[in-house]
Write a protein that binds this ligand. Sequence first.
Ligand code: ZN
Length: 251
Amino acid sequence: MATSISILCYHQVAPQLPPGFERYSVTTAQFAAQLRWLALAGYHTISFDQMLAARAGNGSLPAKSVIITFDDGLRDCIHYAPPLLVSYKMTATFFLVAGLMGGASAWLAQEQAPVMPIASWQQARDLLAAGMSCGAHGLTHTRLAATPALQCEEELVQSRRLLESELGSPIRHIAYPFGSYNVAVRAQVMAAGYATACTTQKGHVALTDDVFSLRRVPVYSFENIVDFAFRVRSGYSFREWLRSRYQKKTA
Ligand SMILES: [Zn+2]
């Protein structure tokens, strides 16, 4: 039984790193090497539903469990990542921006990052057919903690409805856009019918952790496979891990 789970957080996978978005992207070659390492090291991909079932005492998890997630539904990543995942018999959850499907990542313009195409609904349906899962990532990718309550509710409720009607499949999981949430947003996510919510806080997840503030393990193109392995095993980079050990000792 896994005592802790790495929820890996990706955004973009493409043959070349998109200029201006290198930090949040990996190349297809890097992604393939990371999947190969996970397989050789004995990791198994699980879904959020499997994690919840194990938490409720229904079934156990592999000793080494990871959940692979992709935020934003970028077209390239939805094109390039699934065939690699399938070739390693792995699955992933894609958090989609429901109101921008078939459009572009307009929110990145304010972040001084390139605006990139977002996958179509048909591509999202193809993901499900390939054995992947889909979750929500808001309607328009706003910072929910800075959004008025009514509009926040709309982002949470309408994105779920739209995804469910277009995909014909229940949507139970969400990733907070920009990792932005607070106590009020967390309560709205629960009220909107979601069963889990992912943040951008770093670290592993224990089965006893709050499922509406799940930590994740970011993956960066500028780190090598040894760095990746350290992050999967510990939840942190080596430097962050050292710092957390030091802080625990001096606390
Ligand atoms: Zn996002």
